[in-house]
Design a protein around this ligand. Structure first.
Ligand code: PAF
Length: 285
């Protein structure tokens, strides 16, 4: 596995692969990888000849009060896992390599101007998706992948990236990959490592509420407000849980819906102690 730290190294290698007629998959990550992210690499390996994984904690998507400094990092462990899963090149740039103006700053952003990035997770951190789109656009420009792989767990991010690709005419196919859960149901996330064992137990209320919502839909409930209310009531039974949001939205536009239909996204963000966790399901009829 090649470890590259500069954009020119990545471009040089990609050019060689292109000349050999190989297809390229990109899995953008912020490192501290877990089986959820590894499943994106597995998927990419089945669909592309060469898989590039970016491992970069992107400063522009963290708000001033967020955990940029303390965001967990373990590049050595990431490399071992990526090699095991068949990654051909890991791109691990410095912040200055990606943002040459220094301090993770840039004056050039990619931003969707309508309401889409301001719903759900965008309410608590309005700059999050602007930073995410900007770094993903930069990675697309550097790696020029045929396909790029994103997790359904970050459903709003996935929808926003699809929109950016459409609006900016990127020639990359976006592949959404299913949520990976612990055996106890908790959706895998780098932030799970912040949880104490008591908090981990408490965090199971997220997946339990997701499963409750899915059951209500399967039983024929169409009223999105009733489903959201039932899920919220369930979350409130857990003393360590504090709801940020539980919402039913259109899975493409992220705008609120009152009736459940095919493609409705039911999403939540819940604080367990200080740790903010997200989970969701998509209605498939
Ligand atoms: O999903 C993430 O980890 C990040 O938002 C991404 C897509 C790697 C961009 O930094």
């Amino acid at each position: 596995m090649i470890i590259a730290t500069t954009t020119s190294e990545v471009r040089g290698q990609v050019q060689k692969w292109r000349q050999a007629g190989l297809t390229i998959g990109l899995v953008p990550t912020m490192g501290y990888l877990h089986e959820g992210r590894a499943s994106l690499v597995d998927k990419a390996v089945t669909l592309c000849d060469k898989v590039v994984v970016s491992d970069f904690v992107n400063p522009t998507q963290f708000g001033p009060n967020e955990d940029l400094e303390t965001y967990p990092r373990d590049f050595k462990r990431d490399c071992a896992l990526l090699e095991e899963h068949g990654c051909a090149l890991v791109f691990h740039p410095s912040a200055d390599e990606m943002y040459p103006d220094g301090n993770g700053k840039t004056d050039t952003y990619v931003e969707i101007l309508d309401e889409m990035p301001r719903q759900l997770c965008g309410k608590t951190c309005p700059i999050h998706f602007r930073g995410g789109c900007t770094i993903v656009a930069k990675l697309f420009n550097i790696v020029t992948p045929d396909k790029a792989f994103f997790g359904q767990k970050d459903a709003q991010q996935l929808a926003i990236i699809r929109r950016m690709v459409r609006d900016l005419s990127y020639g990359v196919e976006i592949v959404g990959c299913p949520i990976v859960r612990e055996t106890d149901g908790l959706a895998k996330s780098s932030r799970n490592t912040y949880l104490t064992s008591a908090e981990h137990q408490a965090a199971l209320i997220l997946s339990k509420s997701i499963f409750l919502g899915q059951k209500l839909v399967a039983d024929g409930e169409k009223d999105a407000d009733k489903i959201v209310a039932a899920m919220e009531a369930n979350i409130k039974t857990e003393p360590l849980a504090k709801i940020d949001y539980v919402s039913a939205v259109d899975g493409i536009t992220m705008m609120p819906v009152h009736m459940i239909g095919n493609g409705t996204l039911v999403a939540m963000a819940v604080y367990i102690g200080k740790v903010r966790l997200i989970d969701n399901f998509i209605v498939e009829e």
